[in-house]
Design a protein around this ligand. Structure first.
Ligand code: XMP
Length: 514
Protein backbone atom coordinates (compact mmCIF):
# COMPACT_ATOMS: atom_id res chain seq x y z
CA UNK A 1 0.00 0.00 0.00
CA UNK A 2 1.45 3.29 -1.06
CA UNK A 3 0.09 5.71 1.49
CA UNK A 4 1.37 8.82 3.19
CA UNK A 5 3.13 8.06 6.40
CA UNK A 6 4.49 9.75 9.50
CA UNK A 7 7.44 8.04 11.18
CA UNK A 8 7.76 8.17 14.95
CA UNK A 9 11.31 7.69 16.17
CA UNK A 10 11.32 6.12 19.57
CA UNK A 11 13.85 7.16 22.21
CA UNK A 12 12.34 4.93 24.89
CA UNK A 13 9.64 7.32 26.12
CA UNK A 14 6.62 5.90 27.86
CA UNK A 15 4.13 7.56 25.50
CA UNK A 16 5.57 6.35 22.19
CA UNK A 17 2.50 4.35 21.22
CA UNK A 18 0.26 7.21 22.20
CA UNK A 19 2.03 9.48 19.73
CA UNK A 20 1.37 7.04 16.90
CA UNK A 21 -2.26 6.67 17.91
CA UNK A 22 -2.90 10.39 18.01
CA UNK A 23 -1.45 10.77 14.55
CA UNK A 24 -3.63 7.99 13.24
CA UNK A 25 -6.61 9.64 14.87
CA UNK A 26 -5.85 12.53 12.50
CA UNK A 27 -6.39 10.02 9.64
CA UNK A 28 -2.69 9.81 8.85
CA UNK A 29 -0.90 6.48 8.96
CA UNK A 30 2.02 6.25 11.37
CA UNK A 31 4.66 3.74 12.41
CA UNK A 32 7.17 3.60 15.26
CA UNK A 33 10.86 2.86 14.72
CA UNK A 34 13.77 2.65 17.11
CA UNK A 35 16.26 5.52 17.11
CA UNK A 36 18.78 2.89 16.03
CA UNK A 37 17.08 2.53 12.63
CA UNK A 38 19.55 3.54 9.89
CA UNK A 39 18.80 6.90 8.35
CA UNK A 40 18.73 5.42 4.83
CA UNK A 41 15.92 3.12 5.85
CA UNK A 42 13.92 6.07 7.13
CA UNK A 43 14.60 8.04 3.97
CA UNK A 44 13.50 5.10 1.84
CA UNK A 45 10.11 5.13 3.55
CA UNK A 46 9.60 8.63 2.20
CA UNK A 47 7.75 9.88 5.27
CA UNK A 48 5.71 13.09 5.15
CA UNK A 49 7.04 13.94 8.59
CA UNK A 50 9.07 12.62 11.51
CA UNK A 51 8.28 12.83 15.22
CA UNK A 52 10.93 12.26 17.87
CA UNK A 53 9.51 10.93 21.14
CA UNK A 54 10.43 11.54 24.74
CA UNK A 55 12.96 9.34 26.50
CA UNK A 56 14.49 8.66 29.90
CA UNK A 57 18.03 9.92 29.20
CA UNK A 58 19.80 13.26 29.29
CA UNK A 59 20.78 13.94 25.70
CA UNK A 60 24.18 15.42 26.65
CA UNK A 61 25.33 12.33 28.55
CA UNK A 62 27.77 9.83 27.15
CA UNK A 63 25.96 6.94 25.45
CA UNK A 64 22.52 8.63 25.48
CA UNK A 65 20.09 7.70 22.72
CA UNK A 66 20.84 9.99 19.82
CA UNK A 67 20.34 10.68 16.13
CA UNK A 68 22.44 12.13 13.33
CA UNK A 69 22.38 15.73 12.16
CA UNK A 70 21.36 14.43 8.74
CA UNK A 71 17.91 13.59 10.08
CA UNK A 72 17.22 17.33 10.30
CA UNK A 73 18.70 18.10 6.91
CA UNK A 74 16.60 15.90 4.65
CA UNK A 75 13.96 18.57 4.12
CA UNK A 76 11.40 16.37 5.89
CA UNK A 77 9.51 18.16 8.70
CA UNK A 78 10.58 17.04 12.19
CA UNK A 79 8.73 17.52 15.45
CA UNK A 80 10.69 16.80 18.64
CA UNK A 81 8.75 16.10 21.83
CA UNK A 82 10.38 16.50 25.26
CA UNK A 83 13.61 14.47 24.96
CA UNK A 84 13.18 14.67 21.19
CA UNK A 85 13.04 18.46 21.41
CA UNK A 86 16.13 18.63 23.60
CA UNK A 87 17.99 16.26 21.32
CA UNK A 88 17.12 18.37 18.28
CA UNK A 89 18.61 21.42 19.99
CA UNK A 90 21.64 19.52 21.26
CA UNK A 91 22.48 18.03 17.86
CA UNK A 92 21.95 21.34 16.02
CA UNK A 93 24.09 23.43 18.36
CA UNK A 94 21.80 24.62 21.15
CA UNK A 95 22.42 24.07 24.86
CA UNK A 96 20.53 21.58 27.05
CA UNK A 97 21.23 21.18 30.77
CA UNK A 98 19.65 20.24 34.07
CA UNK A 99 16.71 22.57 34.76
CA UNK A 100 16.83 24.61 38.00
CA UNK A 101 13.17 23.68 38.52
CA UNK A 102 11.87 20.30 37.49
CA UNK A 103 8.43 20.52 35.87
CA UNK A 104 5.99 17.66 36.27
CA UNK A 105 2.25 17.61 35.64
CA UNK A 106 -0.19 20.09 34.18
CA UNK A 107 1.57 23.38 33.55
CA UNK A 108 0.32 26.56 31.93
CA UNK A 109 2.18 27.33 28.71
CA UNK A 110 2.13 30.79 27.15
CA UNK A 111 2.31 30.93 23.35
CA UNK A 112 4.32 34.04 22.50
CA UNK A 113 4.00 34.31 18.71
CA UNK A 114 2.10 32.96 15.80
CA UNK A 115 3.26 29.64 14.50
CA UNK A 116 1.87 26.99 12.17
CA UNK A 117 2.11 24.50 15.00
CA UNK A 118 0.06 26.62 17.39
CA UNK A 119 -2.47 27.98 14.89
CA UNK A 120 -5.91 28.08 16.63
CA UNK A 121 -4.31 27.14 19.99
CA UNK A 122 -5.14 29.50 22.90
CA UNK A 123 -2.50 31.95 24.06
CA UNK A 124 -2.46 30.34 27.48
CA UNK A 125 -2.91 26.60 27.35
CA UNK A 126 -2.50 23.74 29.83
CA UNK A 127 0.12 21.19 28.82
CA UNK A 128 1.59 18.01 30.32
CA UNK A 129 5.21 18.42 31.34
CA UNK A 130 7.61 15.78 32.64
CA UNK A 131 11.26 16.81 32.47
CA UNK A 132 14.41 17.28 34.53
CA UNK A 133 16.48 18.89 31.76
CA UNK A 134 15.54 21.93 29.72
CA UNK A 135 16.65 23.87 26.67
CA UNK A 136 18.67 26.78 27.99
CA UNK A 137 19.69 28.06 24.57
CA UNK A 138 18.06 27.21 21.27
CA UNK A 139 20.12 26.14 18.24
CA UNK A 140 21.01 28.80 15.65
CA UNK A 141 18.12 29.87 13.39
CA UNK A 142 15.48 28.78 15.90
CA UNK A 143 13.08 31.20 17.51
CA UNK A 144 11.27 30.68 20.78
CA UNK A 145 7.53 30.28 20.36
CA UNK A 146 6.28 29.48 23.86
CA UNK A 147 7.43 29.51 27.50
CA UNK A 148 6.23 28.64 31.01
CA UNK A 149 7.01 30.24 34.38
CA UNK A 150 10.00 27.91 34.87
CA UNK A 151 10.88 26.96 31.33
CA UNK A 152 12.08 29.68 28.95
CA UNK A 153 11.82 27.40 25.90
CA UNK A 154 8.56 25.45 26.02
CA UNK A 155 8.52 25.49 22.21
CA UNK A 156 10.90 26.62 19.48
CA UNK A 157 10.93 26.38 15.72
CA UNK A 158 12.87 26.95 12.55
CA UNK A 159 10.05 27.38 10.08
CA UNK A 160 12.29 27.53 7.00
CA UNK A 161 13.70 24.07 7.75
CA UNK A 162 10.35 22.80 9.09
CA UNK A 163 11.87 21.86 12.46
CA UNK A 164 9.75 22.11 15.61
CA UNK A 165 10.69 21.39 19.20
CA UNK A 166 8.26 21.25 22.09
CA UNK A 167 9.17 20.53 25.67
CA UNK A 168 5.77 19.13 26.71
CA UNK A 169 3.74 16.11 25.58
CA UNK A 170 0.93 16.95 23.14
CA UNK A 171 0.06 13.24 22.83
CA UNK A 172 -1.13 13.04 26.45
CA UNK A 173 -4.75 14.04 26.92
CA UNK A 174 -3.84 16.28 29.89
CA UNK A 175 -2.40 18.61 27.25
CA UNK A 176 -5.72 20.23 26.54
CA UNK A 177 -5.00 21.35 22.99
CA UNK A 178 -2.43 18.68 22.17
CA UNK A 179 -4.52 17.04 19.46
CA UNK A 180 -4.82 20.41 17.70
CA UNK A 181 -1.04 20.78 17.75
CA UNK A 182 -0.45 17.33 16.28
CA UNK A 183 -3.18 17.99 13.74
CA UNK A 184 -1.43 21.23 12.79
CA UNK A 185 1.86 19.41 12.43
CA UNK A 186 0.58 16.67 10.13
CA UNK A 187 -1.67 18.90 8.01
CA UNK A 188 -0.20 22.41 8.05
CA UNK A 189 3.49 21.58 8.37
CA UNK A 190 3.76 18.17 6.67
CA UNK A 191 0.95 18.80 4.18
CA UNK A 192 -0.72 15.42 4.68
CA UNK A 193 -4.03 14.78 2.94
CA UNK A 194 -5.42 12.47 5.65
CA UNK A 195 -6.24 9.40 3.62
CA UNK A 196 -5.91 6.78 6.38
CA UNK A 197 -9.47 5.54 6.69
CA UNK A 198 -10.69 2.21 7.95
CA UNK A 199 -12.90 1.35 5.02
CA UNK A 200 -10.04 1.97 2.60
CA UNK A 201 -7.70 -0.03 4.82
CA UNK A 202 -10.08 -2.98 4.90
CA UNK A 203 -10.65 -2.91 1.18
CA UNK A 204 -6.94 -2.64 0.38
CA UNK A 205 -6.03 -5.37 2.84
CA UNK A 206 -8.56 -7.78 1.41
CA UNK A 207 -7.24 -7.12 -2.08
CA UNK A 208 -3.64 -7.58 -0.97
CA UNK A 209 -4.44 -10.86 0.85
CA UNK A 210 -6.27 -12.19 -2.20
CA UNK A 211 -3.29 -11.46 -4.41
CA UNK A 212 -0.84 -12.96 -1.98
CA UNK A 213 -2.75 -16.17 -1.28
CA UNK A 214 -3.69 -16.80 -4.93
CA UNK A 215 -5.01 -20.32 -5.05
CA UNK A 216 -3.10 -21.34 -1.90
CA UNK A 217 -4.52 -22.59 1.38
CA UNK A 218 -4.49 -20.81 4.72
CA UNK A 219 -4.87 -22.02 8.30
CA UNK A 220 -5.91 -19.94 11.28
CA UNK A 221 -6.10 -20.83 14.97
CA UNK A 222 -9.28 -19.18 16.17
CA UNK A 223 -9.57 -18.42 19.87
CA UNK A 224 -12.80 -16.45 19.77
CA UNK A 225 -10.93 -13.37 20.97
CA UNK A 226 -11.16 -10.09 19.11
CA UNK A 227 -7.85 -10.25 17.26
CA UNK A 228 -8.04 -13.76 15.87
CA UNK A 229 -11.73 -13.29 14.99
CA UNK A 230 -11.12 -10.11 13.03
CA UNK A 231 -8.10 -11.65 11.29
CA UNK A 232 -10.17 -14.72 10.39
CA UNK A 233 -13.07 -12.72 8.96
CA UNK A 234 -10.76 -10.57 6.89
CA UNK A 235 -9.14 -13.72 5.52
CA UNK A 236 -12.51 -15.32 4.89
CA UNK A 237 -13.69 -12.30 2.94
CA UNK A 238 -10.51 -12.43 0.87
CA UNK A 239 -10.16 -16.14 0.15
CA UNK A 240 -13.38 -17.83 1.35
CA UNK A 241 -13.05 -21.54 1.87
CA UNK A 242 -9.38 -21.65 0.99
CA UNK A 243 -9.21 -20.77 4.70
CA UNK A 244 -9.58 -23.31 7.47
CA UNK A 245 -10.14 -22.08 11.01
CA UNK A 246 -9.41 -24.45 13.86
CA UNK A 247 -11.12 -23.61 17.12
CA UNK A 248 -9.95 -25.61 20.11
CA UNK A 249 -12.49 -25.68 22.93
CA UNK A 250 -10.29 -26.47 25.90
CA UNK A 251 -13.15 -26.43 28.36
CA UNK A 252 -11.78 -23.31 30.01
CA UNK A 253 -13.86 -20.79 28.09
CA UNK A 254 -16.51 -18.50 29.52
CA UNK A 255 -20.07 -19.74 29.72
CA UNK A 256 -21.53 -20.48 26.25
CA UNK A 257 -18.47 -19.02 24.57
CA UNK A 258 -17.69 -22.09 22.48
CA UNK A 259 -21.20 -22.08 21.02
CA UNK A 260 -21.07 -18.35 20.39
CA UNK A 261 -17.89 -18.73 18.39
CA UNK A 262 -19.41 -21.60 16.44
CA UNK A 263 -22.53 -19.56 15.70
CA UNK A 264 -20.44 -16.88 14.04
CA UNK A 265 -17.81 -18.97 12.28
CA UNK A 266 -19.53 -22.34 11.91
CA UNK A 267 -21.51 -23.65 8.92
CA UNK A 268 -24.64 -21.72 9.95
CA UNK A 269 -22.79 -18.43 10.23
CA UNK A 270 -22.37 -15.77 7.56
CA UNK A 271 -18.87 -16.67 6.39
CA UNK A 272 -17.74 -19.21 3.85
CA UNK A 273 -14.78 -20.91 5.42
CA UNK A 274 -13.88 -24.33 6.72
CA UNK A 275 -14.56 -24.30 10.43
CA UNK A 276 -13.25 -27.06 12.65
CA UNK A 277 -14.30 -27.11 16.28
CA UNK A 278 -12.38 -29.50 18.46
CA UNK A 279 -14.15 -30.38 21.67
CA UNK A 280 -11.13 -31.23 23.75
CA UNK A 281 -12.53 -30.34 27.17
CA UNK A 282 -12.03 -33.73 28.77
CA UNK A 283 -8.48 -34.03 27.46
CA UNK A 284 -7.56 -30.82 29.24
CA UNK A 285 -9.34 -31.76 32.48
CA UNK A 286 -7.55 -35.11 32.51
CA UNK A 287 -4.18 -33.47 32.09
CA UNK A 288 -4.94 -30.90 34.81
CA UNK A 289 -6.12 -33.45 37.36
CA UNK A 290 -4.38 -33.01 40.69
CA UNK A 291 -2.18 -30.13 39.47
CA UNK A 292 -2.19 -27.08 41.74
CA UNK A 293 0.93 -25.15 40.88
CA UNK A 294 -0.02 -22.16 38.67
CA UNK A 295 2.91 -22.20 36.26
CA UNK A 296 2.57 -25.93 35.80
CA UNK A 297 -1.09 -25.52 34.96
CA UNK A 298 -0.25 -22.86 32.38
CA UNK A 299 2.37 -25.10 30.83
CA UNK A 300 0.02 -28.04 30.60
CA UNK A 301 -2.69 -25.96 28.99
CA UNK A 302 -0.26 -24.40 26.52
CA UNK A 303 1.30 -27.72 25.55
CA UNK A 304 -1.98 -29.53 25.23
CA UNK A 305 -3.30 -26.73 23.06
CA UNK A 306 -0.40 -27.18 20.68
CA UNK A 307 -0.90 -30.96 20.62
CA UNK A 308 -4.57 -30.60 19.70
CA UNK A 309 -3.90 -27.96 17.08
CA UNK A 310 -1.08 -30.03 15.65
CA UNK A 311 -3.30 -33.09 15.29
CA UNK A 312 -5.90 -31.06 13.42
CA UNK A 313 -3.31 -29.38 11.23
CA UNK A 314 -1.93 -32.77 10.27
CA UNK A 315 -5.37 -33.87 9.12
CA UNK A 316 -5.52 -30.82 6.86
CA UNK A 317 -2.08 -31.51 5.41
CA UNK A 318 0.21 -28.96 3.91
CA UNK A 319 -0.97 -25.37 4.02
CA UNK A 320 0.63 -22.41 2.34
CA UNK A 321 -0.12 -19.72 4.88
CA UNK A 322 -0.53 -19.60 8.63
CA UNK A 323 -2.70 -16.70 9.79
CA UNK A 324 -1.97 -14.93 13.08
CA UNK A 325 -3.90 -12.19 14.81
CA UNK A 326 -0.79 -10.28 15.86
CA UNK A 327 -1.52 -6.60 16.47
CA UNK A 328 0.79 -3.62 16.57
CA UNK A 329 1.35 -3.39 20.34
CA UNK A 330 2.42 -7.06 20.27
CA UNK A 331 5.01 -6.19 17.67
CA UNK A 332 6.29 -3.21 19.63
CA UNK A 333 6.17 -4.99 22.99
CA UNK A 334 8.17 -7.84 21.58
CA UNK A 335 10.95 -5.38 20.85
CA UNK A 336 10.60 -5.62 17.08
CA UNK A 337 9.26 -2.17 16.44
CA UNK A 338 10.19 0.59 18.82
CA UNK A 339 12.65 1.02 21.58
CA UNK A 340 10.71 -0.35 24.56
CA UNK A 341 12.01 -3.43 26.31
CA UNK A 342 10.35 -6.80 25.75
CA UNK A 343 7.40 -6.64 28.09
CA UNK A 344 5.27 -9.71 27.53
CA UNK A 345 6.40 -13.09 26.44
CA UNK A 346 3.00 -14.69 25.99
CA UNK A 347 2.48 -13.23 22.56
CA UNK A 348 3.61 -15.48 19.81
CA UNK A 349 5.35 -12.83 17.73
CA UNK A 350 8.70 -14.08 16.54
CA UNK A 351 8.14 -17.60 17.86
CA UNK A 352 6.53 -19.41 14.97
CA UNK A 353 5.07 -22.83 15.57
CA UNK A 354 7.24 -25.43 13.88
CA UNK A 355 4.62 -28.16 13.92
CA UNK A 356 2.57 -26.85 11.01
CA UNK A 357 3.94 -27.27 7.55
CA UNK A 358 3.46 -23.85 5.99
CA UNK A 359 5.27 -21.54 3.63
CA UNK A 360 4.58 -18.11 4.99
CA UNK A 361 2.85 -16.28 7.79
CA UNK A 362 0.10 -13.71 7.24
CA UNK A 363 -0.65 -11.14 9.91
CA UNK A 364 -3.40 -8.91 8.53
CA UNK A 365 -3.63 -6.76 11.69
CA UNK A 366 0.06 -6.32 12.31
CA UNK A 367 -0.08 -2.55 11.88
CA UNK A 368 -3.18 -1.83 13.95
CA UNK A 369 -3.89 -0.83 17.52
CA UNK A 370 -6.59 -2.61 19.49
CA UNK A 371 -9.24 0.06 19.00
CA UNK A 372 -8.45 0.09 15.29
CA UNK A 373 -8.84 -3.68 15.16
CA UNK A 374 -12.30 -3.19 16.66
CA UNK A 375 -13.14 -0.59 14.02
CA UNK A 376 -12.04 -3.03 11.32
CA UNK A 377 -14.23 -5.67 12.94
CA UNK A 378 -17.25 -3.39 12.77
CA UNK A 379 -16.38 -2.44 9.20
CA UNK A 380 -16.30 -6.16 8.34
CA UNK A 381 -19.74 -6.62 9.88
CA UNK A 382 -18.70 -8.77 12.84
CA UNK A 383 -21.31 -8.73 15.66
CA UNK A 384 -20.65 -6.05 18.28
CA UNK A 385 -20.67 -8.47 21.20
CA UNK A 386 -17.70 -10.20 19.61
CA UNK A 387 -15.90 -7.04 18.57
CA UNK A 388 -16.17 -5.46 22.02
CA UNK A 389 -15.37 -8.62 23.92
CA UNK A 390 -12.99 -7.90 26.78
CA UNK A 391 -9.54 -9.48 26.80
CA UNK A 392 -9.53 -13.13 27.76
CA UNK A 393 -6.27 -14.91 28.51
CA UNK A 394 -5.14 -17.84 26.38
CA UNK A 395 -5.19 -20.30 29.33
CA UNK A 396 -8.76 -19.16 30.00
CA UNK A 397 -10.39 -20.08 33.26
CA UNK A 398 -7.27 -22.06 34.09
CA UNK A 399 -5.90 -18.77 35.45
CA UNK A 400 -9.14 -17.93 37.25
CA UNK A 401 -9.37 -21.06 39.35
CA UNK A 402 -6.95 -21.22 42.24
CA UNK A 403 -5.65 -24.74 42.88
CA UNK A 404 -6.74 -27.83 41.00
CA UNK A 405 -8.95 -27.31 37.94
CA UNK A 406 -11.93 -29.63 37.70
CA UNK A 407 -15.03 -29.69 35.51
CA UNK A 408 -17.10 -28.83 38.59
CA UNK A 409 -14.98 -25.79 39.44
CA UNK A 410 -15.17 -24.65 35.83
CA UNK A 411 -18.95 -24.84 36.04
CA UNK A 412 -18.98 -22.74 39.22
CA UNK A 413 -16.76 -20.01 37.87
CA UNK A 414 -18.55 -19.92 34.51
CA UNK A 415 -21.93 -19.45 36.19
CA UNK A 416 -20.69 -16.82 38.62
CA UNK A 417 -18.87 -14.95 35.88
CA UNK A 418 -21.92 -14.94 33.61
CA UNK A 419 -24.03 -13.40 36.38
CA UNK A 420 -21.38 -10.83 37.19
CA UNK A 421 -21.07 -9.83 33.54
CA UNK A 422 -24.84 -9.51 33.25
CA UNK A 423 -24.95 -7.19 36.24
CA UNK A 424 -22.04 -5.09 35.00
CA UNK A 425 -23.82 -4.70 31.65
CA UNK A 426 -27.11 -3.89 33.39
CA UNK A 427 -25.31 -1.07 35.23
CA UNK A 428 -24.00 0.19 31.87
CA UNK A 429 -20.39 -0.35 32.92
CA UNK A 430 -19.42 -3.02 30.41
CA UNK A 431 -17.62 -0.68 28.00
CA UNK A 432 -15.97 1.51 30.60
CA UNK A 433 -14.22 -1.05 32.82
CA UNK A 434 -10.94 -2.38 31.43
CA UNK A 435 -11.40 -5.99 32.46
CA UNK A 436 -13.79 -7.72 34.86
CA UNK A 437 -14.51 -11.32 35.74
CA UNK A 438 -15.23 -13.79 38.49
CA UNK A 439 -12.54 -16.11 39.85
CA UNK A 440 -12.83 -19.11 42.11
CA UNK A 441 -10.73 -19.01 45.26
CA UNK A 442 -9.60 -22.34 46.56
CA UNK A 443 -11.12 -21.47 49.92
CA UNK A 444 -14.18 -23.07 51.44
CA UNK A 445 -15.81 -21.87 54.60
CA UNK A 446 -18.87 -22.37 56.77
CA UNK A 447 -22.05 -20.58 55.85
CA UNK A 448 -25.73 -20.93 56.54
CA UNK A 449 -28.51 -21.24 54.00
CA UNK A 450 -32.10 -21.72 55.08
CA UNK A 451 -31.59 -23.60 58.32
CA UNK A 452 -28.68 -25.55 57.03
CA UNK A 453 -24.99 -25.29 57.57
CA UNK A 454 -23.00 -25.11 54.30
CA UNK A 455 -19.32 -25.59 53.60
CA UNK A 456 -18.78 -24.02 50.21
CA UNK A 457 -16.49 -21.96 48.02
CA UNK A 458 -15.84 -18.22 48.00
CA UNK A 459 -16.00 -16.53 44.62
CA UNK A 460 -13.85 -13.43 44.06
CA UNK A 461 -15.07 -10.66 41.78
CA UNK A 462 -12.47 -8.58 40.03
CA UNK A 463 -12.72 -5.39 37.97
CA UNK A 464 -9.79 -3.24 36.95
CA UNK A 465 -9.08 -0.12 35.01
CA UNK A 466 -5.86 -0.05 33.11
CA UNK A 467 -4.20 1.54 30.14
CA UNK A 468 -1.75 -1.17 29.23
CA UNK A 469 -2.53 -4.13 31.52
CA UNK A 470 0.96 -3.79 33.00
CA UNK A 471 -0.39 -1.77 35.90
CA UNK A 472 -4.02 -1.55 36.96
CA UNK A 473 -6.30 -0.11 39.60
CA UNK A 474 -9.30 -1.84 41.12
CA UNK A 475 -12.44 -0.27 39.63
CA UNK A 476 -14.90 1.47 41.96
CA UNK A 477 -18.05 -0.43 41.21
CA UNK A 478 -21.29 0.95 42.71
CA UNK A 479 -22.26 -0.99 45.82
CA UNK A 480 -25.70 -1.68 44.41
CA UNK A 481 -24.21 -3.52 41.44
CA UNK A 482 -21.78 -5.48 43.58
CA UNK A 483 -24.36 -6.54 46.14
CA UNK A 484 -26.87 -7.52 43.49
CA UNK A 485 -24.25 -9.66 41.74
CA UNK A 486 -23.19 -11.20 45.08
CA UNK A 487 -26.78 -12.04 46.01
CA UNK A 488 -27.51 -13.60 42.69
CA UNK A 489 -24.30 -15.63 42.72
CA UNK A 490 -24.89 -17.21 46.15
CA UNK A 491 -28.52 -17.89 45.27
CA UNK A 492 -28.08 -19.16 41.74
CA UNK A 493 -24.72 -20.90 41.76
CA UNK A 494 -24.53 -24.14 43.65
CA UNK A 495 -21.59 -24.63 46.03
CA UNK A 496 -20.89 -20.93 46.56
CA UNK A 497 -21.70 -19.31 49.89
CA UNK A 498 -19.50 -16.21 49.86
CA UNK A 499 -18.59 -13.50 47.38
CA UNK A 500 -15.57 -11.22 47.82
CA UNK A 501 -14.51 -8.13 45.88
CA UNK A 502 -10.82 -7.80 45.11
CA UNK A 503 -9.74 -4.22 45.92
CA UNK A 504 -6.08 -4.75 45.10
CA UNK A 505 -4.23 -2.97 42.33
CA UNK A 506 -1.45 -4.31 40.12
CA UNK A 507 1.15 -4.21 41.52
CA UNK A 508 1.21 -5.76 44.08
CA UNK A 509 -1.43 -8.22 42.81
CA UNK A 510 -1.85 -9.32 39.19
CA UNK A 511 -5.07 -8.97 37.26
CA UNK A 512 -5.74 -12.70 36.96
CA UNK A 513 -6.16 -15.08 39.89
CA UNK A 514 -3.89 -18.07 39.65
P1 XMP B 1 -1.86 -10.38 34.80
O1 XMP B 1 -2.64 -11.43 35.50
O2 XMP B 1 -0.46 -10.81 34.45
O3 XMP B 1 -2.59 -10.13 33.41
O4 XMP B 1 -1.88 -9.07 35.54
C1 XMP B 1 -2.34 -9.03 32.58
C2 XMP B 1 -3.22 -9.15 31.35
O5 XMP B 1 -2.77 -10.22 30.53
C3 XMP B 1 -3.81 -11.18 30.36
N1 XMP B 1 -3.16 -12.49 30.42
C4 XMP B 1 -2.96 -13.26 29.34
N2 XMP B 1 -3.30 -13.11 28.04
N3 XMP B 1 -2.30 -15.19 27.54
C5 XMP B 1 -2.98 -14.08 27.15
O6 XMP B 1 -3.31 -13.96 25.97
C6 XMP B 1 -1.92 -15.43 28.82
O7 XMP B 1 -1.32 -16.43 29.14
C7 XMP B 1 -2.28 -14.41 29.77
N4 XMP B 1 -2.08 -14.28 31.10
C8 XMP B 1 -2.63 -13.10 31.48
C9 XMP B 1 -4.78 -10.94 31.49
O8 XMP B 1 -6.10 -11.37 31.16
C10 XMP B 1 -4.68 -9.45 31.65
O9 XMP B 1 -5.47 -8.79 30.69
Amino acid sequence: MNQEKIVVIDFGGQYNQLVARRVRECSVYCEIYSYRTPIDQIKAMDPKGIILTGGPNSCYEEGAASCSRELFEMGIPVLGLCYGAQLMMHVLGGYVCKAPVREYGKIEVTVDRTSKLFGNVSEKTICWMSHNDYIEKTAPDFRIVAHTADCPVAAAECEEKKLYAIQFHPEVLHTQEGTKMLHNFVYKVCGCAGTWKMDAFVENSIKAIREKVGSGRALCALSGGVDSSVAAVMMAKAVGNQLTCVFVDHGLLRKNEGDEVEEVFGPNGPYHLNFVRVNAQQRFYDKLKGVEEPERKRKIIGEEFIRVFEEEAKKIGKVDFLVQGTIYPDVVESGLGGESAVIKSHHNVGGLPDYVDFREIIEPLRNLFKDEVRKVGIELGIPENLVYRQPFPGPGLGVRIVGEVTAEKVRIVQEADAIYREEIARAGLDRSIGQYFAALTNMRSVGVMGDERTYDYAVALRAVNTVDFMTAEAAEIPWETLSRAANRIVNEVKNVNRVLYDCTGKPPATIEWE
